[in-house]
Design a binder for this molecule. Structure first.
Ligand code: SF4
Length: 483
């Protein structure tokens, strides 16, 4: 496992986020972190010409690069230089993603499609201008073709996201700031559940007022099913009451230790038609080391309950690259999921973030090498494709030095439109709950955003103000008011 290095940037503020995104894709973290500097970037503008300098170093060796950046697309030139210099310093060549560093690469394909380019031309542009490998370009175009019917802009169509930031314990690899539900006083859980119901009711009122049609609902977290029935039931009922016309309703029931038969029955009775059973991996020794606190048999039992209750779509998440995980483990996972015939399978690649307990944990040194992870991903592709799954949405991790992507696979007729719409950002997303990010579509490529505080107490306190703010935004966007 390599060390963590920071980057420093000096130059026009307008390029700060671009440089940050490029450095993140190379595995560097922000300059304020307590870690040695691995990259120093300087961008200077003089008489409409840009001079770019960068020093890459690791404490033992360093290499300095400089160039004048010309052309009409300065951001892309800056990106190209910084990535190529890094490769030169590392003695590598660009991987299959070329200079595409964004989290959502299919967005670019859709934009090119919108401009009227043919599939063949888009593949050529990806290869020539973004240095993407031929197979990757073909993969992206195929995926975008599949998504195309779901990305048509319809201003009054929306998805509803409800976030529940509680879990039954914290998994070693996870950077999500969840709270452990069993450590929480009932009074706080009660205040949180009440606030969340108010939050959802308010969205229902706004949808009625402005004729917004919620077509998909996603309750995620955390692990929503770690809430007791006492708190889960009122929330599910309010969603059922106001949003019954949504065709798709997903609930993440990530850990089987939280999904009792009683809760699963409640979910199904209220109308949930997609459920995520997320084993991450199917080896007991790995689950124990990761702090998952349940048995492999619990995953099978939960899956069986979901089938008996008639959930039409079951999704299963797996992670490639867990500490001490082997290629054989991953092959076993794929054999199991294909035997179970889960409708959707999502393959994530471990992205080690500083806020995950694993970052400081001795097991960190046992994270498999990139080449091993690549073998795991190849096995997943092979098994899933052979068993009739198609890759239909993807995203790349922002802070990932390697060339991996997280990919959602589905059996024909079972894709999650919510996942596509979230990734492609072509639809309004109304968010309820701490850390929620509401995105109102204000044009084909523009969004007006509103964020909820991540901290649960801050969320409860800020909710009345946030509700007022969203009403003002809706009046402006849908009511034509100049507020
Ligand atoms: S991986 Fe899922 S269950 Fe584990 S801590 Fe993160 S959000 Fe909670």
């Amino acid at each position: 496992m390599s060390n963590i290095y920071t980057y420093r940037y000096s130059g026009p503020a307008a390029y700060h986020s671009l440089v940050g995104q490029i450095m993140a894709s190379l595995g560097f973290v922000g300059g304020h972190r307590p870690a040695p500097t691995g990259a120093a970037v300087l961008l200077r503008e003089e008489n409409r010409r840009f001079f770019l300098q960068c020093t890459y170093g690791n404490g033992h060796t360093a290499q300095h690069f400089s160039a004048t950046v010309k052309g009409t697309d300065i951001p892309r030139q800056v990106k190209r230089e910084l990535l190529h210099w890094y490769d030169q310093w590392q003695g590598k060549t660009r991987g299959p993603w070329g200079i595409l560093t964004g989290v959502r690469p299919t967005k670019l394909v859709h934009r090119l499609w919108d401009q009227g380019y043919s599939e063949e031309t888009i593949e050529n542009i990806l290869q020539e201008e973004y240095e993407v490998a031929k197979e990757t370009a073909r993969f992206l175009v195929n995926m975008a073709r599949l998504q195309r019917p779901y990305v048509a802009v319809q201003p009054k169509r929306a998805a509803l996201y409800i976030g529940i930031p509680y879990c039954s314990g914290h998994c070693l690899y996870c950077s999500f700031p969840s709270r452990t539900v069993t450590h929480e006083p009932v009074s706080r859980l009660s205040r949180f559940a009440e606030a969340l119901v108010k939050d959802v009711e308010d969205w229902a009122a706004l949808c009625a007022q402005y004729d917004l049609q919620v077509q998909s609902i996603y309750i995620g977290g955390g692990t929503p099913t770690c809430l007791s029935v006492q708190f889960l039931q009122p929330l599910l009922q309010v969603v059922q009451q106001h949003f019954s016309s949504a065709g798709e309703w997903t609930v993440e029931a990530g850990r089987p230790d939280t999904a009792t038969l009683e809760k699963l029955t409640l979910l199904r009775r209220c109308g949930v038609n997609r459920i995520s059973v997320n084993p991450q991996t199917m080896q007991q020794s790995l689950l124990d080391r990761l702090g998952r606190n349940h048995r492999v048999e619990d995953i099978y039992d939960m899956y069986e309950h979901c089938r008996q209750l008639g959930f039409p779509v079951i999704n299963m998440d797996f992670i490639a690259g867990l500490p001490q995980q082997t290629v054989v483990d991953m092959e076993e996972n794929m054999k199991i999921v294909c035997q179970l015939q889960a409708e959707n399978v999502t393959i994530h690649t471990l992205a080690l973030k500083k806020s995950a307990p694993l970052f400081q944990h001795p097991l960190r040194q046992y994270i498999p090498e990139a080449a091993t992870v690549e073998k795991m991903l190849a096995i997943c592709r092979q098994y899933l494709r052979h068993n009739g799954y198609i890759p239909y949405y993807m995203y790349r991790q922002k802070y990932m030095a390697t060339n991996f992507a997280n990919i959602g696979y589905a059996r024909p007729g079972t894709i999650s439109t919510y996942n596509i719409e979230m990734m492609e950002e072509r639809q309004t997303v109304l968010a309820a709950g701490p850390g929620g990010a509401t995105k109102f579509l204000t044009g084909p490529y523009s969004l007006a955003k509103l964020y909820e505080p991540k901290d649960i107490d801050a969320y409860i306190q800020a909710l009345p103000d946030k509700i007022q703010e969203r009403h003002r935004m809706c009046a402006r966007i849908y009511g034509g008011e100049d507020t």
